[in-house]
Ligand binder design. Structure first.
Ligand SMILES: Cc1cc2nc3c(=O)[nH]c(=O)nc-3n(C[C@H](O)[C@H](O)[C@H](O)COP(=O)(O)OP(=O)(O)OC[C@H]3O[C@@H](n4cnc5c(N)ncnc54)[C@H](O)[C@@H]3O)c2cc1C
Length: 611
């Protein structure tokens, strides 16, 4: 029944190849997507015949949870370690979408060490996979950001005489064979990569390991790099994965002092010999261009400008953003679509531990009317800076104290806890693949009855629900490709509990517009608000969007900026304009009464399957 209800409206992200057959949903995705005013478009898909299946059956999700591909990859990696490949003429580092950096990159560092040991050159590879981007709802903004960063990486590596080759491979099912054939053409003996924990990516790497083990030509090494503490390391006494954050954090913290040191900086790659430029195959790789755009993922012209202003590419920028957060104070003039690193946007603080953005993070982090948070998420989710580099920097701020501050009472400690949330959701993703498969973590809520209302869903996307804080946030997302955490929580809760629309619709939409779209954190956030996830908000604790609005935007400046209809409204009215005022200002009135909607949501969650 639920599926049938969804069919009429539901465009859904797919992560797994063992999905229920729902090509109808996929077709709906192509026809009813979020491509209206202002949002980046996917006008021409790279491959319109590619219609990924959408939601896994409960049985398939349970099977995947029972034997997570992540565990299988770990086992296979051990087998690979024993392989003795024939002598090759190069070593290859395969960069993927979540480790777009040269500094402090474990797989790249290991690949370089192997190249030095074998006295052969190091080569770097990136494969653009448009079908994966369609299946995973990658936003054009994220793809554009990736391409911009790849260009920086190509230039950086070229200075070290390391060629960086970017190719495009259309059919994602044959990506493993494609990568191995590139390696074979280059006569590579070793392949190094950082692990990606999404189910499709894990299955792809498993296939590569299996093929490489069969052929005995290439030794594959997949290493943990994305988290501060690797998935699998933090477990309960019974060896299980934590599904509640607080005990996870308690168990996570002692691992920070493990040996080998999880915070240690991975050495930078060593340069190749300059003679590589004369090599008949490797030399020309220096000249292969990084594409400036990918068909089907082009940005709208005005979006190009905003993305380049708000989210500049490159590792240096990521590190500068971090320093800005650690040493300068937040500004009301910086909460919106401006260059965060513009001259005058920063002002070093005398006592940063108290006065900087991080110093005030504990008190201010939920305020959206200033740039109170780091804005590191686009850089962290694309791996342009490592999470461990962020933690190391907080230690330097704590006057070189050896221990990492994880206290709830300090700004630094609170911020480190947010990085731990990031780890938490990645650990969940690795160990409970069901969250990659469109299933609720808590299967008991799979049958909650959703409304099917395209008009309301569209109004939510467009920021025209008549609830100012929701509308401001949705317009911020559309404009900037980024939203503050607090308003992500408010807007998601509003879609799910007030409008009673399926959380997966919103999850997909966020992926399509955000530049920091990341399956683990996005799914974690959505399932938190939908009360279906690991450690979620209880279903009966429903945000009142108007109370939340006062707390998040105490001055109303954020609403006035993003909702120009309300630009001249002062006082409480900006949070909840009366119907008369709304009419006068050509601003919508809400679709639902909050207390009635709240009662409806509680009823439906209490009795899944019933209206
Ligand atoms: C519904 C929903 C969807 C979200 N989708 C994403 C997403 O696609 N990508 C993404 O990176 N984050 C996502 N988050 C988490 C969070 O909202 C953003 O990481 C944060 O707003 C980014 O701003 P910042 O870098 O200034 O964060 P800061 O407050 O400065 O935090 C520092 C870093 O900690 C991590 N972090 C902070 N809060 C969380 C959290 N709740 N869960 C996981 N990691 C966290 C991020 O890497 C962030 O950059 C989502 C949250 C919700 C509620």
């Amino acid at each position: 029944m639920r599926i049938r209800l969804l069919l009429s409206i539901m465009p859904k992200r797919a992560r797994s190849s063992t999905m229920e057959s729902q090509s109808v949903l996929a077709k709906a995705e192509l026809s009813t997507s979020s491509r209206s005013t202002g949002a980046p478009t996917k006008k021409t898909r790279h491959d319109t015949k590619f219609l990924p299946n959408k939601i896994a059956t409960a049985e398939n999700a349970a099977l995947a949870d029972y034997a997570p591909p992540f565990r299988k990859l770990e086992e296979l990696t051990k087998v690979c370690e024993k392989l003795k490949p024939p002598t090759g003429v190069c070593i290859v580092y395969w960069m993927r979408m979540e480790d777009l950096r040269v500094r402090d990159n474990r797989a790249l560092s290991l690949a370089s060490a192997q190249a030095v040991k074998d006295k052969v050159p190091l080569l770097a590879l990136f494969v653009l996979s448009p079908q994966d981007y369609i299946a995973h709802d990658r936003s054009p903004r994220r793809i554009d950001f990736t391409l911009r960063n790849l260009q920086v990486i190509k230039d950086t590596l070229a200075k070290q005489h390391i060629p960086f080759h970017t190719t495009t491979h259309a059919a994602r099912a044959t990506l493993p064979e494609h990568v191995l054939s590139v390696l074979s053409g280059w006569k590579a003996s070793h392949l190094f990569s950082n692990i990606e924990y999404e189910i499709d990516e894990l299955r792809r790497d498993i296939k590569i390991c299996e093929l490489a083990n069969q052929s005995q030509q290439v030794k594959c090494t997949f290493v943990h790099d994305r988290c501060v503490i690797a998935p699998g390391k933090v477990s309960t006494k019974e060896g299980k994965t934590y599904s509640v954050y607080t005990p996870f954090l308690r168990a996570w913290t002692p691992h920070l002092t493990d040996k080998p040191d999880p915070l240690a900086r991975a050495p930078n790659p060593k340069p190749n010999d300059t003679s590589i430029h004369d090599h008949p195959i490797f030399g020309p790789l220096f000249n292969t261009p990084v594409p400036t755009h990918l068909e089907g993922f082009e940005l709208k012209p005005d979006d190009v400008e905003t993305m380049r202003t708000c989210w500049r590419e490159g590792e240096d920028v990521a590190h500068e953003m971090l320093l800005r957060f650690l040493y300068t104070k937040s500004r009301t003039s910086q909460f919106a679509e401006v260059n965060p690193l513009a001259e005058g946007a920063k002002e070093p603080q005398k006592d940063p531990k108290k006065n900087s953005r991080i110093g005030k993070y504990n008190e201010d982090r939920d305020h959206v009317n200033a740039d109170t948070t780091s804005r590191m998420s686009p850089y962290l989710s694309a791996g342009i800076i490592s999470a461990r580099a962020c933690i190391r920097a907080t230690m330097e701020l704590s006057e070189g104290k050896k221990k990492v501050d994880v206290s709830r009472d300090t700004g630094i400690g609170r911020w480190v806890q947010e990085i731990a949330w990031r780890d938490f959701y990645i650990h969940v993703l690795a160990n409970f693949p069901r969250v990659s498969m469109g299933r609720p973590y808590q299967e008991k809520f799979a049958n909650v009855q959703w409304e099917t209302n395209e008009e309301q869903f569209q109004a939510w996307k467009d920021g025209r629900t008549g609830v100012p804080i929701v509308d401001a946030a949705m317009r911020q997302g559309k404009k900037m490709g980024w939203m503050h955490n607090r308003v992500r929580m408010i807007t998601t809760m509003y879609l799910v509990k007030d409008l009673m629309l399926d959380w997966r619709l919103g999850e997909q939409y966020f992926m399509e517009i955000l530049i920091d779209g990341d399956l683990a954190s996005n799914n974690g956030g959505w399932q938190w608000s939908a009360s279906t996830g690991v450690d979620p908000v209880p279903y009966f604790r429903i945000f009142n969007p108007y109370t939340q609005s006062h707390k998040a935007d105490p001055t109303g400046e954020y609403i006035r900026h993003f909702v120009p209809e309300l630009a001249n409204v002062r006082g409480d009215d900006v949070h909840q304009p009366s119907p008369n005022l709304a009419k006068k200002l050509n601003y919508p009135v809400p679709f639902v009464d909050h207390s009635e909607a709240r009662a409806r949501a509680i009823r439906r969650y209490k009795n899944p399957g019933e209206k």
